[in-house]
Design a protein around this ligand. Structure first.
Ligand code: 13P
Length: 242
């Protein structure tokens, strides 16, 4: 399993140091079987990297540019993230697909750059509440998979994050998560992709619902937002994961 903490646009430098040190300290005093990865804001990647460098905790970025270099003010490219020791980059988070108008094509290009610079993209997909209510969730996700995932022979991870579950305190029923994961697993098979590709769930994960989420058949891990800012609760979930 992979337990990933997406810090989003949170923390000042001192808080980023304290949060990563606390998670490291908690995990050092316990045994756990999963891989743990944290995703600080890009500007604190180096700070956090220095704190976790001799540990098993992996580092990732929350996004990367569709470009490699050039006149793209403000962008951060895949080779730059690789220079700073990132193993992963999230791409296509709904806060970027919707908030920054990123298309499936953008997500595809970002994922391809991450793969080509020897990192692993965590490619996010998710339906909104209207799609879910109208019974279109499976079709929406299938379309995102078709258009966002590069068909090249490199490792990647899929994160299923229903938009209506993010930060809302609501999570889908286990049946609907299992139904979605079955569809994604079948999609991977039909596309001739490696059957070991992890599928993560994200959206309002906390220590109260983590246990039942871990019972989902195809669950490869969790992508945690708000609770990843609480070092004790985040670490508890990491320790709970098998
Ligand atoms: P929350 O855990 O705060 O709902 O956020 C989930 C998420 O968007 C992780 O990428």
């Amino acid at each position: 399993m992979l337990i990933a903490g997406n810090w989003k646009l949170n923390c000042n430098i001192k808080e980023a140091e304290d949060l990563s040190s606390s998670i490291l300290n908690n995990l050092n005093h316990n045994s756990y079987k999963s891989e743990i990865a944290i995703f600080p804001p890009t500007i604190y990647i180096e700070t956090v990297s220095n704190i976790i460098k001799n540990s098993n905790i992996s580092l990732g970025a929350q996004d990367c540019s569709i470009n490699i270099s050039g006149a793209y003010t403000g962008d951060v490219s895949a080779p730059m993230l690789n220079d700073f020791g990132c193993k992963y980059s999230i791409v296509g988070h709904s806060e970027r697909r919707n908030g920054k108008y990123e298309s499936n094509k953008d997500v595809y290009l970002k994922a391809k750059n991450v793969m080509e610079y020897n990192m692993i993209p965590i490619i996010c997909v998710g339906e909104n509440a209207k799609d879910r209510d109208e019974g279109n969730a499976l079709n929406i996700i299938k379309n995102q998979l078709d258009k966002s995932i590069p068909k090249i022979n490199k490792e990647f991870i899929i994160a299923y994050e229903p938009i209506w579950a993010i930060g809302s305190g609501k999570i889908p029923t286990l049946d609907s998560i299992n139904e979605m994961f079955n569809m994604i697993r079948q999609w991977l098979l039909n596309s001739g992709m490696n059957n070991n590709i992890k599928i993560l769930y994200g959206g309002s994960v906390n220590k109260g619902n983590a246990k039942e989420l871990f019972s989902c058949k195809h669950l490869g891990g969790l992508l945690i937002g708000g609770v990843s800012l609480n070092p004790n609760e985040f670490s508890e979930i990491c320790i709970m994961a098998s």
